[in-house]
Design a protein around this ligand. Structure first.
Ligand code: HMG
Ligand code: MG
Length: 299
């Protein structure tokens, strides 16, 4: 069966904007986040506290958070790779963070300048300190299906790293199909392998990129297996600066169209979201790749 309600983790301001060639002013990013919250989102990934040279697009994280008015009942998670990032986030009152691991060695090296083991060692004290302060910690796991340099990724590799992340105390696991190569059969198989090893389906989120047009089919498969948290990006913005051939995330509007048709609640207003994506497209100077935005945008 399908869930009655799905929580959308809106990653547009982070995964969406981290790859933009043209930097956006912090005030535009802040307005983007406020509009996403106004549309009904309750989880909006705001930015990253990473090294500013690695992701210059998000180097304004302090300024951006300083501009936000935090709404009651809304979570504003941020990416944090290490203790320096955690210090920066906690100083601003952040209550939700995400660490980001890789199932493959090549991407761990390119994204974090570490081996998989070294990156888990880096996350250990971050997760421990955050949990001690009752801060929630999502664990992203990238390259769960395929890697541009290493090819197909075996499910067992994903399971091994996932178990270590959850054993550390992470409160949620987001399975990243960073380059969008997954297909529904592989999604079902990976979810089966993870739950067989004791990871609760309620702790798993899915994070699909739409490179090969499979994101919605993969999402529906995950919902049929009991997943109730889905990552998506307004207007289908996105990509990853350190992953060759990663295109945009699943567009939140396309997800909403599917969920509404299935009678699944999200609390997010499609019309307001489309207006927001059209407004953002003007700032970025190109139209949204979302099919639903294209179909429903007003002339
Ligand atoms: P490193 O060069 O190994 O850093 O980078 P280091 O630990 O050797 O430190 C070097 C210097 O950087 C030090 O300064 C640190 O203080 C400073 P110095 O003492 O030399 O003056 N530094 C920092 N400054 C500010 N904030 C920090 C920070 N950390 C160190 N947090 C590092 C290692 C992890 C920092 C770097 O590799 C990095 O920032 N990587 C982030 C890459 C990234 O954000 N990628 C995109 C997100 S992942 C993604 O998109 C996938 C996802 O969407 C899911 C999916 O689709 O699969 C999540
Ligand atoms: Mg991503």
């Amino acid at each position: 069966g399908l869930p009655a309600r799905v929580t959308i983790c809106e990653v547009g301001p982070r995964d969406g904007l981290q790859n933009e060639a043209r930097p956006l002013p912090a005030e535009v990013k802040a307005e983007f986040i406020e509009r996403l919250v106004d549309a009904g989102h309750t989880v909006v990934e705001a930015t990253s506290f990473v090294h500013p040279k690695w992701v210059p697009q998000l180097a304004d994280a302090e300024e951006l958070l300083g501009r936000l008015t935090f709404a009651d009942g809304v979570r504003y998670p941020v990416l944090v790779p290490n203790e320096r990032g955690l210090d920066r986030a906690l100083a601003l009152g952040v209550r939700d963070i995400a660490v980001f691991a890789s199932a493959t060695e090549t991407f761990a090296r390119r994204n974090l300048n570490r081996t998989v083991d070294e990156s888990l060692t880096m996350f250990g004290p971050v997760v421990e300190r955050a949990r001690r302060e009752d801060v929630r910690v999502r664990a992203y796991l990238s390259m769960c299906f395929g890697d541009p340099w290493e090819g197909e990724v075996p499910a067992q590799r994903v399971v091994d790293v996932a178990k270590r992340l959850m054993a550390m105390g992470c409160t949620e696991l987001s399975l990243g199909d960073t380059i969008g190569v997954a297909t529904p059969g592989r999604v079902a198989a990976l979810l089966g392998a993870l739950t067989a090893e004791g990871i609760g389906i309620g702790d798993i989120a899915v994070h699909f990129h739409d490179t090969y047009g499979q994101a919605l089919a993969n999402t529906l498969t995950a919902l049929q297996h009991g997943v109730t948290t889905v990552d998506a990006s307004a207007g289908g913005l996105g990509g990853c600066p350190y992953a060759k051939s990663a295109t945009g995330n699943l567009a939140t509007e396309d997800l909403l169209w599917q969920l509404a048709g299935l009678g699944i609640e999200t609390g997010v207003d499609l019309r307001k979201l489309i207006d927001t994506s059209v407004w953002m497209a003007e700032h970025l100077g190109r139209p949204s790749p979302s099919r639903t935005v294209t179909a429903l945008a007003e002339e």
